[in-house]
Design a binder for this molecule. Structure first.
Ligand code: CP
Length: 313
């Protein structure tokens, strides 16, 4: 693993609070973990005897599974807390649930919740290391790490590389965390989306485009498509999914231009085919979506390796 004087932390809650040194350390640490995947034995004993609990109050395929695989590859014991069949449905509060889990001496808690701030609240009330697996509109730090790792694989020098993030910026914790990490690594970040889904209070560095023509004229190195999050939209932000695809989606015509210019494509998943992206773009050789998923395991291994739970009494 990376030799460093970077100190461990107890929790990983957002990207804003990570220093550039900490981000570089995590990306560097993830490299050897990824190399491990090519070996016949994919496990190291780093977290043997430690327990990791995944607690997902919202659905997940990639994040939950990759945390589980990451913890297994570090030889930790993993328990998936099934919210829908737990005492949560009988009205038990989050803090009471955490106190119960703390009594079981859990070392790491991986949590996803629809409300922003819940992982930080839990972190204050437990000695376990808390890893935010996505909270409301707020943050998705391990997604940002895997995205940065993926960009670094294709562009070892990320300084001044251009990232265009497309879609529902307003409701996206991925956009918030990934744009922050890209910026910290020296990249230029712009966004493209409907006026209703691009926050007015965006950071100064983040230029906004309102149509594909202008956005592609900016010559992005990577186009990062976001999922349209119908579940987070309390009002209608665009007329229909077909209309969204026509105006803001990667249509066949736009994909031809992207392919012709050799622009890389990324998406955090799950993908709404025919809405954010046309089918044929999914098999484009510079589409990095599957690489992002694989890198999610290596970067989450790095995060688990780095964090240090508080001492027991
Ligand atoms: N990217 C992401 O968070 O995917 P899941 O919802 O499947 O975890």
């Amino acid at each position: 693993m990376a030799e460093t004087d970077i100190k461990s932390r107890k929790d990983l809650l957002d990207v804003e609070s990570l220093s550039i040194g900490e981000i570089e350390y995590l990306l560097k640490t993830a490299g050897p973990f990824k190399e491990l995947f090519r070996r016949s034995v994919k496990k190291v004993p780093t977290l043997r005897g430690k327990t990791v609990l995944t607690l997902f109050y919202e659905p997940s395929t990639r994040t939950r599974t990759s945390f589980e695989v990451a913890a297994n590859r570090l030889s930790a014991d993993v328990t998936n807390f099934a919210v829908s069949t737990s005492a949560v449905v009988k009205g038990e509060s989050i803090l009471d649930t955490i106190e119960t889990l703390q009594a079981m001496r859990t070392d790491y808690i991986v949590i996803r919740h629809a409300a922003s701030g819940v992982p930080a609240l839990i972190a204050k009330h437990t000695k376990a290391s808390v890893l935010n697996a996505g909270d409301g509109y707020h943050a998705h730090p391990t997604q940002a790490l895997l995205d940065a790792f993926t960009v670094r694989e294709v562009f070892p020098q990320t300084e001044k590389k251009k990232i265009l993030i497309v879609g529902d910026i307003l409701h996206s914790r991925v956009a918030r965390s990934t744009s922050t990490i890209m910026r910290k690594l020296g990249m230029d970040v712009s966004v493209l989306g409907p006026g209703s889904l691009v926050p007015k209070g965006r950071p100064d560095y983040m230029n906004a485009f309102w149509n594909w023509e202008d956005a592609l004229a900016w010559k992005p190195d990577v186009v990062y498509l976001l999922r349209v999050q119908m579940e987070r939209q309390e009002q209608q932000f665009f007329p229909s999914l077909a209309e969204y695809h026509r105006v803001y989606g990667l249509t066949s015509e736009r994909f031809k231009q992207v392919e012709g210019e050799g622009i890389y494509l990324m998406h955090p998943g799950p993908v709404n085919r025919g809405v954010e992206i046309v089918d044929e773009a999914m098999t484009y050789e510079r589409c990095l979506i599957n690489q992002q998923v694989e890198n999610g395991i290596a970067t989450r291994m790095a995060a688990l390796y780095w964090l240090k739970p508080g001492e027991d009494d």
